[in-house]
Design a protein around this ligand. Structure first.
Ligand SMILES: Cc1ncc(COP(=O)(O)O)c(C=O)c1O
Length: 431
């Protein structure tokens, strides 16, 4: 050993000996002090959602004073259209009614099959039932929780006519690849963007990659109006059919050559108008959307950059040309082998330290009763025996809360809690 390396070795040993005189604090799960000491009310303020303030109150008040409620709808549609650059936009009662209108607009023969993720909200899959379409359940990729194109390739049938991509938790699906495949196979590409307000890929907003796309403004969503939804359409034909389905006043507004213009006064039997109060709130929320997204994303970047140094903790993969947002939570994946403990043990340890870590399995649609009974469908949906991507994501994720304000102190303490747990992994594995 050279003199200099001997000196380094001696210094390092002295450092380690000094450290061992001050043992790391015990895990809170075993009686140690909890790492996170942020007061509950501060955490509640930081994580509170939806976030409404004087602007929403003023907008609602103004609408009531004005007494011309329905003006709020075209105003909101115009602003959403400008924001997303979608050629046509229609506000609907919620995301589910926007989906139902989208499937009506498709105008495909009954028995047509539509590829949908099983890892999604029920209406992505079920709203198609009313028009005789049948879902083909597609897996998600274990590293993104988004549409798995390889699985779709295997499940194509002669009856497959369309594909719905759902941008899970705000992460865009690989729309260029999915769109390219759809083009090659003659399939119509659709988007459920209910998790992805403000997300884009290659500079193009989610919801404008497909022939049609929908958003929800339900209370938990990134742009909440408590209830509300919108459809986005690339063609006039899809727009007019989707609008006429649940908006009986729209047909006479369409050009004379519109095939649905004659259905004045009835539309096609639904009443899917967005509530004007919701439209007024959505207009304010839209103005704040990207700033709100940037705040939460900034906090996540600071936190995840440090957390993902820990062995076995990963973020979902994001491509450089994707601008993701975060809906509901900051989802991370745990590789139990690399970490040296189980996810349940990690959650127990984190919660004891005061970290608001949770897990929530997205109900897999293909396992639910309605899909197993042929009587509800034109023909029985195929129930896949396994969905490895869904299973993997549901089994390996943890959720950390979104922080909607300056939160350096929370981030520091969360990092310390994680590092403490990783430093005592043999104890964690006994929990
Ligand atoms: C992926 C997805 N699709 C569709 C919807 C339906 O939206 P809404 O609740 O506004 O009907 C939701 C929201 O719950 C959703 O998360």
């Amino acid at each position: 050993m050279s003199d200099s390396s001997r000196r380094t070795f001696v210094q390092a040993s002295a450092g380690l000996a000094a450290l061992s005189q001050f043992p790391r604090p015990a895990l809170a799960a075993f009686g140690g002090a909890a790492t996170v000491t942020i007061p509950k009310d501060r955490m509640s303020t930081l994580t509170r959602w939806p976030r409404y303030g004087p602007e929403e109150k003023t907008a609602l008040h103004a609408l009531i004073e004005e007494n011309r409620y329905y003006n709020a709808l075209p105003q909101f549609e115009k602003e959403w259209q400008q924001f997303t650059k979608a050629p046509y936009v229609k506000a609907h009662m919620n995301g589910s009614s926007a989906l139902t209108s989208m499937y009506f607009a498709l105008d495909l023969p009954p028995g047509s099959e539509i590829m949908v993720p099983s890892y999604t909200f029920f209406s992505t899959c079920l709203a198609m039932r009313f028009f005789g379409y049948v879902p083909i359940f597609i897996d998600i990729h274990p590293k993104t929780a988004c549409f798995d194109l390889d699985d779709a390739r295997k499940k194509l049938t002669p009856r497959t006519k369309a594909v719905v991509a759902m941008h899970s938790w705000g992460l865009p699906c690989e729309m260029d690849k999915i769109g390219g495949w759809c083009k090659e196979k003659g399939l119509i590409l659709l988007e459920d963007s209910c998790h992805a307000h403000g997300a884009s890929m290659q500079g193009k907003m989610m919801g404008t990659w497909g022939a049609m796309g929908v958003y929800s403004f339900q209370a938990s969503k990134l742009m909440p109006s408590v209830e509300g939804g919108v459809g986005m359409y690339q063609s006039r034909q899809h727009y007019e059919r989707a609008a006429a389905f649940g908006h009986y006043e729209d047909p006479p507004k369409f050009p004379k050559d519109s095939p649905v213009r004659a259905y004045e006064g009835t539309g096609f039997g639904m009443k899917f108008r967005m509530h004007p109060f919701a439209a007024a709130v959505a207009r304010v929320q839209l103005r704040e959307l990207q700033a709100n997204n940037a705040l939460a994303i900034g906090n996540i970047r600071k936190l995840n950059t440090r957390l993902t140094q820990l062995p076995g903790l990963f973020e979902p993969l994001v491509r450089a040309d994707q601008n993701r947002v975060y809906y509901h939570a900051n989802m991370l994946f745990l590789d139990e082998q690399k970490a040296g403990f189980k996810r349940g043990q990690l959650l127990k340890a984190l919660q004891a330290e005061g970290v608001r870590a949770t897990m929530w399995d997205y109900p897999e649609q293909h396992k639910l009763k309605i899909y197993s009974e042929a009587k509800w469908w034109h023909h029985a949906p195929v129930i896949p025996p396994t969905m490895p991507g869904n299973a993997h994501v549901n089994a390996t994720h943890i959720f950390l809360p979104l922080l909607h304000g300056p939160a350096e102190d929370v981030i520091d303490q969360y990092v310390q809690a994680f590092e403490k747990i990783w430093a005592r992994k043999s104890e964690v594995s006994k929990l």
